[in-house]
Write a protein that binds this ligand. Structure first.
Ligand code: HEC
Length: 110
């Protein structure tokens, strides 16, 4: 009896975690369309547009930002965190969920 309760509890916990987990594949799709031109296909900061930019797009595989920090700069842009305006804010293009997904994808680039 107790075991059943524990099992049902763990299962519902697992399911609820899964429901709120970010969609990495959806994040990658957005990244490839909007971010890769500057940050590069694998996030190294070597996208086609990077040659012409100063400062260079950040190497996202080495970012020290956590999920909240990533979401903040993606949504509000470089100037919001004391960085270059070349890193635009995407709050008008991407929903909060989409930003969360992109941030989750970036964390897989490490
Ligand atoms: C026009 C080129 C360009 C595009 C497009 C672009 N970025 Fe950036 N991004 C930059 C530049 C340049 C910086 C570095 C700013 C600085 O160092 O002052 C930067 C910095 C960042 C950082 C900060 C990393 C750190 O550790 O400091 C993150 C995260 C980031 N970009 C994510 C994204 C995401 C996600 C997208 C797509 C939604 C995106 N960028 C689109 C140019 C771009």
């Amino acid at each position: 009896m107790k075991l059943t309760v524990v099992l049902v509890f763990s299962l519902s916990l697992l399911l609820s975690m899964n429901a709120s987990a970010a969609d990495v594949a959806a994040g990658k799709a957005k990244y490839d369309t909007i971010c890769a031109s500057c940050h590069g296909a694998t996030g190294k900061g070597d996208g086609l547009a990077a040659v012409a930019l100063t400062p260079k797009p950040a190497d996202l595989s080495k970012t020290l930002l956590d999920s909240a920090g990533l979401a903040n700069i993606i949504k509000n842009g470089g100037p919001a965190v004391g960085k270059s305006p070349i890193m635009a804010g995407f709050g008008g293009t991407l929903s909060d969920v989409e930003i969360e997904n992109v941030a989750a994808y970036i964390k897989t680039l490490k």
